[in-house]
Design a binder for this molecule. Structure first.
Ligand SMILES: Cc1cc2nc3c(=O)[nH]c(=O)nc-3n(C[C@H](O)[C@H](O)[C@H](O)COP(=O)(O)OP(=O)(O)OC[C@H]3O[C@@H](n4cnc5c(N)ncnc54)[C@H](O)[C@@H]3O)c2cc1C
Length: 332
């Protein structure tokens, strides 16, 4: 018997992974997106796109870490351009307490001193005396990975329609991945603003995301190739994707300068903000409504890239044999 056709709504990282997993499983998939492409309106386009389950455990529930470990494994098995160089966490000597706390809250790291930091990242030689190296972690270029998923969907024969808006009309089965756009249907969803800057310089070279701990403004610098670096991100409890504030720009760029003064000469390519959709515990959910005809996949918070493959696999499991296991199916 042929599998039913499925409508996936929203071409952010959740919708793209849902559509991809279902098309690969043999469903006829139609993906619709209100924007003119996956980067026009999604919050996903702003992501640093770190696949970092260990580091995220510092501030996230352990269920996110455990699901994220699985997400990392699926990305590695699936996406050829994943950058698997780990994460380096550093702090200036006066912030040694932050580093000790980060180490206590996380697993899978090795303590590294100055010579090893210089070995891992020659550009940082002499800049930090202590750090933590999370060897197992990875990152992707957000826009490149999203474009790759669109290409795979086309190869699998999925029907993709941009500038097409869903109005909630019942379909055979609709997978709702509208991010914060689903707020009206998911009243417990909230938006968390995240700002980031994209810069370019050839004077600093990094192989992996570097997180700088700081009591006021911890930041990360994520290398994206061709001398481009994502510097992020603020976490502001507000549903607002308007332009970056001057204060946030000062904080983020000042902290990048503290990672390496050569960032002071970098070109600023783009500044902006996305709204992360989140439930109160910051754990995403799969919510089945209307006798299974609408499945809402939402609440990615800071972990959309990390967890998208795991939610896609869970929804495919639910559609094939009604399986609803684990924290993802719990009420938000
Ligand atoms: C600055 C920043 C840095 C981040 N860094 C990371 C990171 O390093 N690692 C990580 O894992 N996560 C990171 N995140 C989090 C991640 O980006 C989000 O969790 C994720 O993007 C949410 O994805 P989504 O697909 O649910 O929503 P979105 O990406 O917002 O996609 C929803 C899509 O639905 C479309 N839509 C809405 N309504 C309709 C409608 N009626 N009809 C059709 N289409 C509709 C929208 O146009 C949009 O394209 C970061 C986020 C930000 C803002």
């Amino acid at each position: 018997m042929s599998k039913p056709s499925i409508l996936v709504v929203g071409a952010g990282i959740f919708g793209l992974w849902q559509a991809f997993a279902l098309a690969r499983a043999g469903y006829r998939v139609r993906l619709i997106e209100a924007g003119r492409d996956p980067f026009a309106r999604s919050s996903s386009r702003w992501a640093g796109a770190m696949i970092a389950p260990e580091c995220e455990a510092e501030g996230a529930p352990l269920s996110v870490r455990d699901l994220g470990r699985e997400g990392l494994r699926i990305w590695r098995d699936t996406y050829p351009d994943i950058m698997s160089n780990g994460t380096l966490v550093v702090a200036h000597a006066r912030d040694a307490g932050d580093l000790a706390r980060f180490a206590n809250m996380t697993e899978g790291h090795a303590a590294v001193a100055g010579p090893r930091i210089a070995d891992l990242e020659p550009s940082l030689a002499g800049r930090f005396e202590r750090g933590l190296y999370f060897e197992s972690e990875a990152h992707v270029d957000a826009q490149k990975a999203m474009s790759w998923l669109v290409d795979q969907l086309r190869l699998l024969g999925a029907d993709i329609q941009f500038e097409s808006r869903w109005n909630g009309t019942p379909e055979d089965v609709a997978i709702d991945c509208r991010g914060i756009g689903a707020h009206e249907d998911l009243p417990s969803l909230r938006g968390v603003r995240g700002e980031r800057v994209l810069i370019r310089t050839n004077d600093v070279s990094l192989s992996r995301p570097v997180r700088l701990l700081h009591p006021r403004q911890p930041i990360y610098v994520v290398p994206q190739g061709d001398g481009r670096f994502v510097v992020g991100a603020t976490v502001i409890e507000r549903e607002d994707d308007g332009p970056m504030s001057l204060r946030s720009a000062l904080d983020l760029l000042g902290s990048a300068y503290a990672v390496h003064p050569a960032f002071g000469e970098a070109s600023v390519l783009e500044m902006g903000a996305g709204v992360r959709p989140a439930f109160s515990d910051n754990v995403p959910r799969i919510i089945v409504e209307d006798a299974g005809r609408v499945v809402r996949v939402n609440g990615a918070y800071r972990h959309g890239f990390l967890l998208a493959p795991v939610l896609a696999r869970a929804v495919a499991g639910y559609l094939s044999d009604n399986r609803r296991e684990g924290p993802l199916f719990a009420a938000p």
